[in-house]
Structure formats: C-alpha cells, structure tokens
Design a protein around this ligand. Structure first.
Ligand code: NI
Ligand code: MN
Length: 227
C-alpha cells in the first residue's frame, strides 16, 4: 500500500486498486491549497475521524466528484447522507469488512462539533487491516489515552499515524508514549505546522523519537511512502 500526505490529518491510502481518503482538509489549508488540487483527487472511500473543519472541509466536494462512500461515526454519516452522499455509519468498537480491508472505529479523546456548532458525535480513530495484510492505526485528533493499549492486543501494527502538533492533540512527547502503548515504533506524524498553535521543530521531533529507538517520518505535502 501507499500513503500520500495532503497536510494536517489528510492522507490518501492506496490499497491495491482502492483509494481511501482520510480527513480531507486541503482547500482551506494554507500549506496544501496551492500544492494539491482537490478536483484531481480520486477516492473510493472517505474516512472521517471527527467533524472538525480541519478534517471534513473538502469531504463533500470530493465525495460528489468521485461518488465516494463516506465512512464515519453515526452522526457524521447521517449529516452527509442528508446531502445525498452514500455513507457507511459506524460507532466506537465496531468493525466492518470493506473491500480494501477491515476497519475498526476506535476511541479518541477530543471533541467533534461541526463548524456550525452542531453535534458531530464522538471523535474516533481507525485501525485498518488491509487486504494486503498491512495494519495501520490512524489515531485522529486525540490525547494520549490508555485505550490505545487495546490495539496491540488485536493487531500487530505496521505503522501508527499519530498527531504530534500539541495544543489541540498530543504533542511529540505524548506521541512517543502512544507509540509504546500501540506497540509500534514506526510513526507517521500528522496534525502539525498548519496553524501557529501547532508549529513544531521537525529535527527536534525526529531526534526525540530516535532517542527511544523509534522512527518518526514527516512527509512533505504531496509526498508518498510505501508500506
Ligand atoms: Ni479536531
Ligand atoms: Mn484537527
């Protein structure tokens, strides 16, 4: 599989022939809007961790362009279903076998209102076990939480995609502990640099992970990694 970074928590997973887009926030991201054109993005599924603007902004447009299925918590799924988009609602702890792999919607400690203040359910993350037998944890926006320890009881992760920007989510130091909790030393950092509150020192962050025997990967916007 290939993981392409579009900034903030926005990622495109290419799993075989299937394209799974996560949390598209591109047209409003000052770091991404001139690099990625949303009308060129292909997606079969759009997974949304929670309802905040910096995770859902381009979901509707990309879903409509591609006839993509939006997968999220029940409240977010109903929000998009009312707009005529095909959805797959989930809730915490539940798993579903999609054609690209098995997805479990897992706990996150955060909030989840829509930009207009309406209720966006409870925030979550995703554990994806792909048809190619890769195991990926997308934490979404979250604090460090003991619930992360449940994940390695069930899957051996190949990569943990963790927020590292601090202020609204975990920062680097808590993300290092999170990588212990999920038993995965390969971390892709997300949710940093987009706004002043979450700017980080890349080299310092990488050194902190390295000192614990871990690898922190930070992709440029538009850059991909193979797994
Ligand atoms: Ni958020
Ligand atoms: Mn966010």
């Amino acid at each position: 599989m290939t993981i392409t970074y579009f900034g903030q928590n926005s990622l495109l997973l290419t799993i075989g022939d299937t394209k799974v887009l996560i949390d598209p926030f591109i047209s409003g991201n000052p770091l991404a809007k001139d690099v990625i054109a949303i009308d060129t993005i292909q997606a079969d599924y759009i997974l949304l961790t929670h309802a905040h603007q910096d995770h859902i902004l381009d979901a509707e447009a990309i879903a409509e362009n591609n006839d993509a299925v939006i997968v999220s918590n029940y409240e977010i799924a109903m929000h998009y279903q009312a707009k005529g988009i095909t959805v797959h609602p989930m809730n915490h702890g539940g798993s579903w076998q999609f054609d690209f792999g098995k997805v479990q919607y897992v706990n996150a400690v955060h909030t989840s209102s829509f930009p207009d203040g309406s209720y966006g359910g409870q925030p979550g993350g995703f554990v994806i076990s792909t048809t190619g037998d890769k195991h990926v944890y997308i934490a979404g926006d979250t604090a460090l939480t003991m619930d992360m320890k449940l994940i390695p009881l069930k899957v051996t992760l190949d990569i943990a995609i963790l927020p590292i920007g601090d202020n609204f989510t975990m920062g680097v130091d808590d993300a290092i502990i999170a990588s212990d909790f999920v038993a995965c030393n390969q971390v892709l950092g997300v949710h940093y640099d987009t706004f002043g509150y979450i700017e980080i020192d890349h080299e310092d962050a990488k050194k902190k992970f390295e000192a614990k025997g871990k690898v922190l990967t930070l992709l440029d916007i538009g850059q991909s990694m193979d797994l």
